[in-house]
Write a protein that binds this ligand. Structure first.
Ligand SMILES: [Zn+2]
Length: 236
């Protein structure tokens, strides 16, 4: 069987990411997440199906074939590994590595991959908090759901769009950061970290930040649609 193309890997990566946040695997969600038109996505979905990487039921819901899932897991894991390598070994800021990793992840030999694994040492996540060994996600809640007075620790950023990461970087938020939610209204969530620094995020940005919270808000079924890319919602 032919090796999947870089284009196919991109789509599988997006599908895996939807699958991880428990959003429905549909062409419409893929189109929104990749900021592509419906016809473009439709063509690629047909190709992925013809190549035996996905299947679709009568309601057009997509699922991975075994082979598709293993390709997706590999590319997602490699993406996170590359990101960690770029931040920790090359010193590139974490809000700038996602796009770079997108370019590198499809063209790496196993030897380079192995070298990177050795170079990152004991790190287990990408710089945005996602497990390099896929499937090891720590359960979390959207920061947007957390009530005032709760203590939190930032787990990960669910949306790695460049603009979103720039926004979060500017707000001084990063995975691992601990704090207490001090303010929460319709438009913003603010939390204060251990040094007393306040971090204020728009509600739409707070939707994309997964945290461990105490007390923990009631669980949602999947993550909100806001997590699927809508760049217009950010950057305020
Ligand atoms: Zn990442």
């Amino acid at each position: 069987m032919a090796h999947p193309t870089a284009g196919e890997e991109e789509y599988l990566e997006t599908l895996y990411w939807l699958h991880e946040v428990e959003l429905p695997l549909t062409a419409a969600n893929v189109a929104r997440a990749m900021l592509l038109s419906a016809p473009t996505v439709h063509e690629m979905v047909k190709r992925l199906e013809a190549d035996g990487l996905i299947s679709r039921d009568e309601r057009k819901r997509i699922s991975f074939t075994d082979r598709g899932l293993s390709v997706a897991e590999n590319v997602v894991s490699r993406h996170r590994l590359v990101e960690r390598f770029l931040t920790d070994v090359l010193g590139i800021p974490w809000h700038e590595v996602h796009e770079e990793a997108e370019r590198m992840e499809h063209a790496m030999s196993p030897a380079i991959e192995e070298g990177m694994r050795l170079a990152i040492g004991t790190a287990t996540t990408c710089p945005h908090g996602h497990p390099i060994a896929v499937g090891q996600r720590i359960p979390g809640a959207p920061l947007a759901d957390v009530e005032v007075g709760a203590t939190i620790q930032v787990l990960r950023f669910e949306n790695e769009a460049e603009q979103v990461l720039h926004y979060l970087y500017g707000a001084g938020v990063q995975p691992g950061l601990k704090g207490t939610v001090t303010e929460h209204d319709d438009e913003h969530v603010t939390f204060e970290d251990a040094e007393g620094v306040a971090h204020r995020l728009t509600s739409s940005a707070a939707e994309t930040v997964s945290v461990k919270a105490d007390p923990s808000p009631p669980a949602r079924v999947g993550l909100p649609a806001a997590v699927v890319l809508d760049q217009a919602a950010f950057g305020r």
